[in-house]
Design a protein around this ligand. Structure first.
Ligand SMILES: Nc1ncnc2c1ncn2[C@@H]1O[C@H](COP(=O)(O)OP(=O)(O)OP(=O)(O)O)[C@@H](O)[C@H]1O
Length: 318
């Protein structure tokens, strides 16, 4: 039996097709584990099913096939041991920033006095730099501030598993950097396990212990788990100087630009499901090979169904 903190095995998600259309298999054969205290990011092109996986872990959706276990117990609905931050804040609009955070804290620790709930909530709002606006309602806050409230609420309840669905997607670069730093700080203090969706390769390298790479959908799968062996604490300006940084970055970009699609094509070939490729000869003739040509490839065969782990140390840089 596995001792992983979270274990997803052989997960698949299917949606019934519209009249006369075949069912849509978004992903299948998705298996991965999260170790306690680990920060794991998941990257893949739009539509491969990342949010669906996250919603299932949050207990808000179910897989069509497969199992999902946390600390040996099947996940079959939402629970306070799992906190979620969505891209769209999901704050209660009639409550102030403080009341929104208090709401979560009160639900988590029912026996606490009002004063303790307030003190604890304020500490997390201060941590995300919102000490001076705690009385404002969401409509009176900027998008970045709302997202900070959402993050403060999720962290304040100290969930064992924190699920982040592109939490910084709508933020400007400066705010994003500030909140990323806050996230690292809070995560390293509280030793939570974090599972995060992002489209930003640099963000994933800055934050993650491992990055799961999904092939393109439909019928997507998790092809690889890339270990990020850059030392912590990581500073945005410093990690780019580490000799592994560009090896990892190029590898990830190469996956997104080239291999996420190539692997899907190979998957379909194996099953005899391949549809004709749309080719525009003029565009093809003038297309340059995208960047990241010096990205390193895992030496293992990545077309089979097991999760390949890529470790930058095993490759030659430059
Ligand atoms: N209720 C539904 N009925 C039919 N198809 C659905 C339904 N919900 C989601 N899908 C499809 O499932 C696929 C995966 O959606 P999902 O939001 O999980 O992808 P994603 O990888 O998170 O994408 P993005 O990066 O754009 O957020 C998409 O093709 C979407 O259209």
């Amino acid at each position: 039996m596995s001792h992983a903190f979270v274990e997803v095995q052989q997960a698949a998600k299917r949606f019934p097709g519209a009249k006369g259309e075949p069912d849509l298999t978004v992903f299948e054969n998705v298996s991965f584990q999260l170790e306690k205290g680990e920060f794991v990011c998941i990257i893949g092109h739009s539509g491969c099913g990342k949010s669906t996986i996250m919603n299932a872990l949050a207990g808000l959706d179910q897989f069509s096939d497969g199992t999902m276990v946390m600390e040996g117990k099947e996940i079959d609905g939402p629970g306070l041991e799992r906190g979620v931050v969505f891209q769209n804040y999901s704050l209660l609009p009639w409550l102030s920033a403080l009341e929104n955070v208090r709401f979560g804290v009160r639900a988590r620790w029912k026996a606490w006095s009002d004063a303790k709930v307030t003190e604890h909530s304020l500490a997390y709002l201060e941590m995300v730099g919102l000490k001076d606006v705690v009385g404002r309602k969401p409509a009176q806050l900027s998008g970045g501030m709302r997202q900070r409230v959402s993050i403060a609420r999720a962290f304040a309840t100290k969930p064992k598993l924190l699920l982040l669905d592109e939490p910084f997607g709508a933020l400007d670069a400066l705010t994003r950097g500030v909140i990323q730093d806050e996230l690292i700080k809070i995560w390293s203090q509280d030793q939570q396990t974090v599972f995060m969706i992002t489209h930003d390769v640099d963000e994933a390298i800055l934050l993650a212990d491992r990055i799961l790479l999904m092939t393109n959908g439909p019928e997507a799968r998790i092809a690889e788990a890339v270990e990020i062996d850059l030392p912590r604490p990581r500073q945005r300006g410093e990690i780019v100087k580490h000799p592994h940084f560009y090896t990892i970055r190029n590898y990830l970009v190469d996956f997104l630009v080239n291999r996420s699609g190539e692997l899907r094509t190979a998957d379909l070939d194996r099953r005899g499901l391949r549809y004709p490729e749309a080719v525009n000869p003029v565009e093809r003739a003038s297309a340059d090979t995208p960047a990241a040509s010096d990205g390193q490839r895992a030496s293992a065969d990545t077309t089979h169904d097991t999760l390949v782990t890529f470790t930058p140390k095993e490759t030659h840089h430059g």
